[in-house]
Design a protein around this ligand. Structure first.
Ligand SMILES: Cc1cc2nc3c(=O)[nH]c(=O)nc-3n(C[C@H](O)[C@H](O)[C@H](O)COP(=O)(O)O)c2cc1C
Length: 141
């Protein structure tokens, strides 16, 4: 059974809807899932998992959330991430997903294997929820 962690930040709930969809998809494929708001997450939630989903909205000039998500993510810069499988998910208001393109590249530079990502405008559509569930399923494999 794969151990999957889902670690996210959300204020208005849009990113949380995606997190819960990924949770549902991963569980449906038999994963043991650990879902945490980033404030409650520890480095071990990443290092001890087989695969991870990280989620954030675009905030503060088209970047991932800066007060909690940014410091959590930056811890991995110097760790041996060894191509661990991850997906990224998030929501934006007006940047057309630019923050996500930047985040994907950054995580690749940190030596994660970014197998998929989704960036939605404000709240996710039914199709986007379905895609998020499928991404959860990919993490479980
Ligand atoms: C304080 C604040 C700053 C934001 N900054 C950006 C931004 O720089 N670029 C952007 O595209 N959207 C920005 N947004 C829009 C959010 O990314 C968008 O509403 C997202 O759906 C929020 O996710 P959440 O509901 O999970 O909190 C901002 C929203 C807030 C409240």
């Amino acid at each position: 059974m794969k151990k999957v962690s889902i670690i996210y930040w959300s204020n208005g709930g849009n990113v949380e809807v995606l997190a819960n969809s990924i949770l549902e998809g991963a569980k449906a494929q038999g994963a043991e899932v650990n879902i945490k708001y980033v404030r409650d997450a520890k480095i071990e939630d990443v290092t001890e998992a087989d695969a991870i989903a990280f989620g954030s909205p675009s905030m503060d000039n088209n970047r991932i959330e800066q007060l909690e998500m940014e410091p959590f993510i930056s811890q991995f810069k110097l760790l041996p991430n060894k191509q661990k499988k991850i997906v990224l998910f998030g929501s934006y208001g007006w940047d057309d997903g630019k923050f996500m393109v930047d985040w994907v590249q950054r995580m690749k530079d940190y030596d994660f294997d970014v197998v998929d990502y989704i960036a939605v405008k404000e709240s996710p559509s039914e199709d986007e929820i379905l895609k998020s569930k499928q991404m959860g399923g990919v993490l479980a494999k």
